[in-house]
Design a protein around this ligand. Sequence first.
Ligand code: MEV
Length: 434
Amino acid sequence: MGEKSSRLPGFYKRPLDERVDIVAEWAGLDAADVAVLKGQGLANEQADKMIENTLGTFAVPLGIAANFLINGRDYLIPMAVEEPSVVAAVSNAAKKIRAGGGFHTEATDPVMIGQIQVLDIPDMEAAIAAIEANQAELLEIANCCDRVIVELGGGARKIEARPFPDTPVGPMLIVHLHFDTRDAMGANAINTSLESLAPKIAELTNGRTNLRILSNLADQRTATARCTIPANQLATADIPGSDVAKLIEEANAFAIVDPYRAATHNKGIMNGIDAVCIATGNDWRAVEAGAHTYAARNGQYSALTDWHVDENGDLYGEITLPMAVGMVGGATKVHPTARAAMKILNVASAPELAQVMAAVGLAQNLAAINALATVGIQKGHMRLHARQVALAAGAQDGLVQKIADKLVAEQNIRVERAAQLLAETKETLNSVTG
Ligand code: MEV
């Protein structure tokens, strides 16, 4: 795996089937995976077993981001996303980051937090003391249920008592369970543990337990990605690279101080991370919830990234965010396309998957603020948007790009105009062939 390069020059120009073959060869996919990628992926019968009242499936495009070099290893990144330019932009950013040695990433142990709400406690101090004095027994009870995770070295790590003396319904105690879920996202494991733990917590506190559920603010389960981009990689036809680096630092500073900008800045990060979550069958709502709450952890919603010009004049970037993702169980194992995507990624553990996602988020953010700080976002977007407009007007095959190019040249990217152009082109073709 190590010696394989994720540089795929000209990949985007290849016909779709050939792209699947290239990736299949690269990742060692078998014929069944190739059939899944070339077909529709999730069959209705499988979908029917996944949720309730199923009608069918809802497909989104699956693409491959190229150029990722993470901790010295090349990765091809499967991304499921409906928004044009996300995959192209992240691949482009990863190429610039690659020129600086790629991403350096790390992740914590996959420790999820679960919460038990306790009310009607007669003596809060005594309740907290009782929980602290009984840690060992509580951890043992918490380890009752998922023996596989425990045997793999995971399981309950710590119990914490967090009093809230003043809430709209009076004082309450929130008990936190820290639980290492290994390669699982772990929602089921931790929720089951919490339910087993609650009666003992009620007994120790002389209180009444209400909610027992994991927290999506998974701040004990974070991933970090860092990179340094040589300033010359950022140069455009009009702007020297060192100036672009400074413009990117300014863009990031804007998102640090202003929540209105931070929302959009972080949305761009999640464009990439969500797409990998979806492709790998992970719960992107959980990751979204964690990311945005983490972004507000200091009391004001802010940027998840830091970008600044370093002492050599190069651009340094860093991101840390909660990353509750798994590689066993759930849709990751059930959805055939997710299974193929996981084979393409070829990660060995959930923390490795988390690191890949952090790298994708950092690259996606760089792509956005690099464009915003130089040519503006619309130029690239419009080119791709024009293809969708051409498709919406009914263009097929080679005509899609032809019509899209005309729309861009005319700066009139509307379905009505695309339909007109399509009709004109078809007329011309008919008169030539007829
Ligand atoms: C669009 O989906 C995402 C961006 O708005 C992100 C950003 O502004 O940083 C381009």
